[in-house]
Design a protein around this ligand. Structure first.
Ligand code: ATP
Length: 253
């Protein structure tokens, strides 16, 4: 095990060769144990890895990263949880650069893409009381050393190995992500979410592009203009601005 340069994340490490989902394992840890702030759950393979809206995250064995972090913030409003989502994507983007993936960008709200192919996905699940977060489970899957994408993802996903040809040491990658993420959380504490939102703007691949928005209620397309003070996406449809919340999905057209 390598030395982690963090204060919170990695205080405790739970490792599974195979599990249904690191999100489930993290939930279970929170239920049975009080002392879990900063715990990380790692799996080598997941049978039911999940993305947003119960979508599936393919998680074959193959030296990838499937991780969930438990975070118990002190006095953070629920409305700030989107900043956690942005922060983990930014941390992954920064760590990818350390391994030679220079052109990773963030698709709103939180997928990490290289040339419009997904290299990492993020999922944040939270629990709150009276508008204050009691905990967040921050999950991410990164395609790391996978040499070939499964057929169903061929056109829309990639891995570090495919992009760079280099085999990556996952412990170092994860340790870098945790270090960057912890620093971003400190920045959030100190400077507020605007600082995180500004970094997100710098790294995103969505603003300025034509997008199609898919939700339960309706589908529409327009130009992604900006994010608002809550992190929601503002889409311009012929001069009319529509707000897109994180439960909805965006596709490039
Ligand atoms: P979408 O990418 O479909 O617009 P989304 O942004 O909400 O949806 P998530 O819910 O975070 O994405 O991730 C689930 C989606 O990611 C799946 O529907 C599938 O298209 C894609 N996916 C699943 N497994 C992987 C993987 N290992 N690598 C890259 N993409 C994956």
């Amino acid at each position: 095990r390598r030395r982690l340069n963090t204060e919170i994340f990695g205080r405790r490490i739970e490792y599974f060769r195979l599990t249904s989902s690191t999100m489930d394992e993290a939930e279970y840890l929170i239920e049975k144990d009080e002392n879990v702030d900063g715990a990380i759950v790692i799996a080598e393979e997941q049978t039911s890895g999940r993305g947003r809206q119960k979508r599936k995250w393919l998680s074959p064995q193959g030296e990838n990263v499937y991780v969930s972090l438990i975070f118990k913030p002190k006095g953070m409003n629920v409305s700030d949880s989107i900043a956690l989502m942005f922060a983990i994507s930014i941390a992954i983007k920064e760590a990818l650069s350390d391994f030679g993936v220079e052109d990773a960008k963030i698709k709103w709200p939180n997928d990490v893409m290289v040339n419009d192919k997904k290299i990492a996905g993020v999922l944040v699940e939270t629990k709150s009381e009276s508008g204050i977060l009691s905990h967040a489970i921050i999950g991410f899957g990164i395609n790391v050393n996978m040499e070939h994408m499964p057929d169903e993802l061929k056109d829309k996903a990639t891995s570090i190995k495919i992009e760079t040809g280099i085999h990556v040491d996952r412990a170092t990658l994860l340790s870098n992500i945790l270090f960057y993420f912890e620093n971003l959380i400190k920045m959030l504490d100190r400077d507020g979410k605007k600082a995180i939102f500004d970094l997100w703007r710098k790294y995103n691949n969505t603003l300025g592009r034509k997008v199609e928005v898919l939700s339960d209620k309706e589908n529409f397309s327009g130009f992604a203009k900006d994010i608002d003070e809550n992190g929601f996406l503002l889409v311009d449809i012929g001069g009319n601005i529509k707000k897109v919340i994180t439960a909805e999905s965006v596709r490039f057209v």
